[in-house]
Design a protein around this ligand. Structure first.
Ligand SMILES: *Cc1c(COP(=O)(O)O)cnc(C)c1O
Length: 421
């Protein structure tokens, strides 16, 4: 029996309606930018497996460090114990994060890093005897699939059965340059009418909203209004972090810095699941007390797993290397050229780019998981390129190690796909 057949017996896949999509492709190997399936097909991983493997799959530098760490220290409880990989990683991260970040809290997936950010915001006010019970978020943001994260996510088409259990969230539209004043006014009126604890947002690019890009000045105005009102700002950089937008973090391109930053996905270069929530000294100080109940009583068994920390440390080193920084510049220029070439194509409605994130909207209405989307996905896979269209959007977010030849193949396949839609 093939893997594909054996899979069906016991496995329940994420984000999958099994009746409509009964088959999964069985991957047996991945190296650098290529995935290999059990039938001998190869696919260029043009979305870096949900933007995780940014230094290429099974990167030798990362796997060597991880192999050595595995023989030294595998796992230890992180309450009451500490270790070099976590300490070194926090030192290196703090150096490249926005200046106001001081403390590092470990967990194991992106949704949870947001959950922790939300808890920090709610408990910050509660610890100061000023309970606040409302959060603010963008209309079409995505922050994960646990309850707090689902509550702040606006893209909740499939969250119907859970909505009545959500945290109270007020929503504002993303600023686009021409609606900035309206957005600010809406925010003002929400702040007047509610006790707002925090504002959760994806800086510059909203990943699951199909790489929607919005106005940085508008965001800056929102953040400063939040600061004036002592609302904790939580930047969800799970997708945008680690070089995607051209700077180490998207928050570097916005003047007003967040109080809390959520990280995961590319944090370990795709090798192991891990997440981090960082915060300012001021937030930390609100939990520092003789009263044990004012501490942040949140833990995960695998918090700061030494092997995951080692993968993250190696990834952070790679990110800062000359090779990767120069590759990032090359990819940015390459996408620009492709954009200029394709922007006037009759089937293309618009293009957009921030850093290495490139997206184009088709001039065709398409359901998020409809037939046309399946047709496109199958076309890409049939041509050896893993691209996962989101509604009418085709986006590229390839590993930083992608070659010129592989990029050209991705572009060519997209151009060919325009002929079949
Ligand atoms: C993927 C993602 C999450 C959720 O991370 P998981 O590790 O899948 O739980 C949260 N926020 C953003 C912006 C993401 O892209």
């Amino acid at each position: 029996m093939t893997l594909k057949e054996r899979d069906k017996k016991h496995i329940w896949h994420p984000l999958t309606q099994h009746k409509l999509h009964p088959e999964a492709i069985a991957i047996v190997k991945a190296k650098d930018c290529v995935l290999y399936d059990e039938d001998g097909n190869e696919y260029i991983d043009a979305i870096a497996s949900w933007y995780t493997c940014m230094y290429g799959h099974c990167n030798d530098y990362i796997t060597d460090k991880v192999s050595a760490q595995m023989k030294q220290l595998d796992q230890v409880v992180f309450s009451g114990f500490t270790h070099e990989p976590a300490i070194k990683l926090s030192e290196e991260l703090i150096k490249i994060l926005p200046d106001n970040q001081e403390k590092v809290f470990f967990s194991d997936n992106g949704s949870t890093s947001v959950e922790i950010g939300i808890k920090m915001a709610l408990q910050y006010h509660s610890n100061k005897d000023n309970k606040r019970n409302v959060l603010i978020a963008f209309e079409d943001g995505f922050h994960g699939d646990t309850f707090g994260a689902m509550s702040v996510s606006g893209l909740s088409v499939y969250n119907g059965p859970f909505e009545e259990f959500f945290i109270t969230v007020e929503r504002i539209p993303t600023p686009n340059g021409s609606n900035n004043l309206d957005v600010l006014n809406k925010l003002k009126s929400i702040i007047e009418k509610n006790k707002v604890a925090g504002f959760v947002y994806e800086p510059l690019v909203q990943g699951a909203a199909a790489m929607k890009m919005y106005d940085a000045h508008g965001l800056n105005d929102i953040l400063s209004l939040c600061k004036e009102n002592n609302i904790i700002t939580i930047a969800d950089e799970v997708m945008t972090g680690f070089g995607k937008t051209g700077t180490y973090f998207a928050s570097h391109s916005i003047e007003t810095k967040p109080d809390v930053i959520c990280l995961s996905k590319a944090l370990t270069g795709g090798l192991l699941p891990m997440a981090i929530t960082t915060c300012t000294q001021e937030i930390y100080d609100a939990f520092y007390s003789d009263d044990i109940g004012k501490g942040l009583f949140h833990a995960h068994t695998y918090s700061a797993n030494p092997i995951a920390c080692t993968a993250a440390l190696a990834s952070v080193e790679l990110l800062q290397s000359e090779v990767i920084q120069s590759n990032i510049k090359t990819i940015i220029e390459s996408h620009k050229d492709f954009g200029a070439k394709i922007v006037n194509h009759p089937k293309v409605k618009s293009i957009r780019q921030t850093g290495v994130i490139f997206a184009l909207d088709l001039d065709i209405e398409m359901e998020r998981y409809g037939n046309l989307r399946d047709k496109l996905l199958n076309f890409f896979m049939g041509n050896g390129v893993f691209l996962r269209p989101l509604g009418q959007t085709i986006y590229i977010q390839a590993p930083y190690t992608i070659s010129k030849k592989q990029l050209d193949k991705i572009y060519k396949t997209i151009e060919q796909a325009l002929e079949i839609v």
